[in-house]
Design a protein. Structure first.
Length: 331
C-alpha cells in the first residue's frame, strides 16, 4: 500500500478528531471504508482514508509507512464523549507520568478490522478522482483545490509540481500575504490557477467558478502541448512587476489615500489579469507611475465598485470584471 505525501492532507485532523477515531474502534463502531486504487503492478494507492490511516500510525507508532508521521509527536488521546477515561492515554508509556493503554485494549485495536474498497486500474483514470471527491467523509473535508491537487498527482504529477513551483514564487507570495491556514488549504495554489484560468481561458457565467477551475485543470492535463515554460515565465514577470509596484498592498482596497484592509480576491482578479494581459505593451520603469495610478483609480471605477460590493459573487463578478480589467489596464 502506497500513501502519497503530496496529497498535502496529513494532520488536518485535530487531536480530538483523532481521539474520536480511536473511540469508535474501541466502541466497535464501523469505520468508513478505506478506498484504494490498485495499480497495474498490484500496488494499492490510498485515494480516501489518509486521515484515518495516518492517525492510527501516529498513535501506535509501529509502522514506518509515512516518514512524516514518525516525525510528529506521539498522539496523546483526549477524553471523548463516551470514553472520557481516554484523557491523557498514550500507546506506550515512555516517560514518568505516562498513562499507557491497557494491553487488552491494545489487542482489541490490533484485532479490529478496516474495510478496504478496491478500485481496479481498468476503471479509468478518473475513477480515483471521483471517489476522492465524493467520499471525503469524517473529520476535515478537502478544499476544492486539494481535490484538484489530488487529480493532478494521480493523472500527471509533474503538472501538480509545476503549480506548486509557481505558488512558491517569492514575488507572488509577498503580494498575496496569506495566513498559514489558507496556505494549508492550498489557497495559494488556487490563486495561481485563478490567475492562469482568467488570463488565458474564457469563463462562461453558466458555470460555477469551482466547476470552471475543474475544467481548466482537465484541459491542462489533457493538453500535451500546453506551454508550461512560457506560462511560467509570464507569471513570474507579472508578479515581479506587481510586487515592485505595491508589495502586499497591491491587492488591498484603496480608500483614496491609503491601501487598507485584507487581501481582496476581486482586486487580485482585476489587477493581476489586467496587467498580465497587457504586459508586453508596457515600458519599464517609464510606465510604473502609470500603473500605480491605474491601480489606485480602479477602486473608484463604477464597474469595479458595482460588481465587487456587498452581495456580489464570483459568478456574477468575473464576467464583468475580467473584460473590464483587460481594457482598463491597456496602454
Amino acid at each position: 500500500m502506497e500513501i502519497n505525501p503530496d496529497f498535502q492532507r496529513y494532520f488536518r485532523w485535530t487531536d480530538i478528531q483523532k481521539s474520536r477515531l480511536i473511540e469508535s474502534i474501541l466502541l466497535g463502531i464501523p469505520i468508513p471504508s478505506i478506498f484504494v486504487f490498485q495499480r497495474q503492478d498490484g500496488v494499492w494507492e490510498v485515494v480516501d482514508g489518509l486521515q484515518r490511516i495516518s492517525t492510527l500510525i501516529q498513535f501506535i507508532g509501529e509502522l514506518p509507512v509515512i516518514p512524516e508521521v514518525q516525525k510528529k509527536e506521539r498522539l496523546q488521546l483526549q477524553g471523548t464523549k463516551y470514553l472520557p477515561s481516554l484523557e491523557g492515554i498514550v500507546w506506550e508509556a515512555k516517560n514518568a507520568g505516562d498513562i499507557e493503554l491497557p494491553s487488552a485494549l491494545k489487542l482489541f485495536i490490533k484485532r479490529a478490522k478496516l474495510n478496504f474498497s478496491i478500485i481496479l486500474s481498468d476503471s479509468g483514470k478518473n475513477a480515483k478522482y471521483d471517489i476522492f471527491q465524493r467520499l471525503n467523509t469524517g473529520g476535515t473535508y478537502a478544499s476544492d483545490q486539494e481535490v484538484r491537487n489530488s487529480v493532478m498527482i494521480m493523472i500527471n504529477k509533474p503538472t501538480f509540481e509545476w503549480f506548486k513551483k509557481l505558488a512558491a514564487n517569492s514575488d507572488f507570495n509577498e503580494t498575496i500575504s496569506l495566513s498559514e491556514r489558507l496556505v494549508d488549504e492550498q489557497y495559494d495554489v488556487e490563486l495561481v490557477l485563478r490567475h492562469i484560468a482568467l488570463t488565458s481561458f474564457n469563463y462562461s457565467a453558466k458555470n460555477e467558478l469551482s466547476d470552471f477551475f475543474d475544467d481548466i485543470i482537465e484541459q491542462i492535463l489533457s493538453n500535451s502541448t500546453f506551454p508550461y515554460d512560457a506560462t511560467e515565465a509570464h507569471f513570474n514577470q507579472t508578479f515581479a512587476l506587481l510586487n515592485s509596484l505595491g508589495g502586499d498592498n497591491i491587492f488591498k482596497r484603496f480608500d483614496g489615500t491609503n491601501f487598507k484592509g485584507k487581501f481582496l480576491e476581486s482586486a487580485y482578479e482585476a489587477i493581476s489579469v489586467g496587467i498580465s494581459t497587457n504586459l508586453a505593451s508596457y515600458t519599464f520603469p517609464d510606465d510604473n507611475d502609470f500603473l500605480q495610478d491605474k491601480i489606485k483609480a480602479l477602486h473608484s471605477e463604477e464597474v469595479f465598485r458595482k460588481y465587487t460590493g456587498s452581495g456580489s459573487n464570483a459568478k456574477t463578478r468575473i464576467p464583468k470584471i475580467v473584460p473590464f480589467a483587460k481594457a482598463f489596464f491597456a496602454k
